[in-house]
Design a protein around this ligand. Structure first.
Ligand SMILES: Nc1nc2c(ncn2[C@@H]2O[C@H](COP(=O)(O)OP(=O)(O)OP(=O)(O)O)[C@@H](O)[C@H]2O)c(=O)[nH]1
Length: 174
């Protein structure tokens, strides 16, 4: 669909993750619109916000529509880091991406620290949201200890028309 109302995240995000499905060329083409928006934002603002381009659904390789080399080329064109992962099959690859995102965000920040989040939801500004300056990595469960929990969320109820959403315990929802 392309970026809509992007000001709400451009000004405060510490890092951008742009995700497409390797089995869907349309989603890959859609990424380019986001990358263009992010690139022009990065041209104007300093320090630059790191961008990670992520090809998801690597497990769907036999239905692949986007070559890995095309992902790499697009990433290099926009100066992003590139990964291919499978969110459903490879927890570690996803975890590695998030660790890399935090590393790059901390490196890229003006004073080596993360900017506190201002927005906590897509449409509502919240004051007093805790900052991310002291992330607690211990809260991330190792896969063997991770438990599935079921929580009620308004998003689950309104958007997905389901009353519950299943999550890995230890993930925080802001
Ligand atoms: N095979 C496979 N399916 C995946 C993977 N990651 C997500 N999916 C599936 O892709 C579909 C879309 O996932 P979502 O998390 O809803 O993706 P999204 O782009 O955030 O979708 P919306 O928020 O609903 O627009 C779901 O059916 C997921 O189960 C993956 O790594 N492999």
């Amino acid at each position: 669909e392309g970026p809509v109302n992007s000001e709400r995240y451009l000004s405060w995000a510490n890092v951008f993750l742009v995700v497409y499905s390797i089995d869907n060329m349309e989603s890959f083409n859609g990424c380019q619109l986001y990358l263009q928006t992010l690139a022009s934002h990065n041209k104007t603002f300093r320090p630059q916000t790191p961008i990670i381009l992520l090809g998801n659904k690597k497990d769907m390789d036999r239905y692949r529509q986007v070559r890995q080399s095309d992902g790499e080329a697009l990433a290099s064109h926009f100066g992003c880091v590139f990964f291919e992962v499978s969110a459903c099959q490879d927890f570690h690859s996803v975890q590695q991406v998030f660790h890399e995102a935090v590393r790059r965000a901390r490196k890229g920040g003006a004073c080596g620290c993360l900017v506190p989040a201002i927005y906590a939801s897509e449409d509502k500004a919240l004051l007093g949201v805790p900052s991310f300056t002291t992330p607690c990595y211990k809260e991330l469960p190792v896969p063997a200890n991770a438990k599935l929990i079921t929580v009620k969320t308004s998003r689950a109820q309104s958007k997905r028309r389901a009353s519950t959403l299943t999550l890995l315990k230890g993930f925080k929802i802001f």
